[in-house]
Design a protein around this ligand. Structure first.
Ligand code: ADP
Ligand code: MG
Length: 152
């Protein structure tokens, strides 16, 4: 089980595998959510947040090249119906301040239970610090990364 404890991840490939495993578990849970499945990714630059998001989206069947949303702020991906979701959004709040995501239609995105939302740097904007998110923390180690996934 990868939830609720700190795990050491040696390299990029392993990070992708852990992300894929997390995606399979989180997406399978058929509990009724009020809104989107929200996953927040915290950690310093280079800690592995985007790598994790790539693995996660790949596991949801995204075939398009997944790149960092640092410059476009939010990227949108279409998902296959069989996943139980319709759209995935990958956001990066690094350069943002409180309220900026709301301008980008954030509320509507979070209200829809057919959305999966991954957000890097949630600590930057209050609208990304919502309760009920799956919280993932990344730490840069001398070799590899430490990852802690908290499923509320
Ligand atoms: P962030 O989005 O947190 O800034 P990235 O996911 O872009 O970080 O990762 C930065 C670099 O770290 C990439 O070159 C990636 O290949 C590498 N990386 C990711 N996960 C690991 C890991 N577990 N161990 C070593 N390097 C990793
Ligand atoms: Mg990133």
């Amino acid at each position: 089980m990868i939830f609720g404890k700190k795990i050491i991840i040696k390299n990029e490939e392993e990070m992708m595998m852990v992300a894929e495993e997390a995606a399979k578990i989180l997406v399978k849970k058929e509990e009724k959510r009020k809104g989107a499945l929200m996953i927040t990714l915290e950690g310093e630059l280079g800690a592995g947040k985007t790598t994790f998001a790539r693995g996660f989206l790949k596991a949801l069947g995204v075939k398009r090249k997944i790149t960092s949303p640092t410059f476009v702020l939010i990227k949108k991906y279409s998902l296959l119906k069989k996943t139980g979701f319709l759209k995935a959004y990958h956001a990066d709040a690094y350069r943002l301040k409180d309220g900026d995501l709301e301008i980008l239609g954030w509320r509507e995105i979070l209200e829809n239970p057919e959305n999966v939302v991954l957000v890097e740097w949630p600590e930057r904007v209050r609208e990304a610090r919502t309760t009920g998110a799956v919280k993932i923390k990344f730490k840069h180690l001398k070799e590899g990364r430490e990852v802690e996934i908290k499923n509320s």
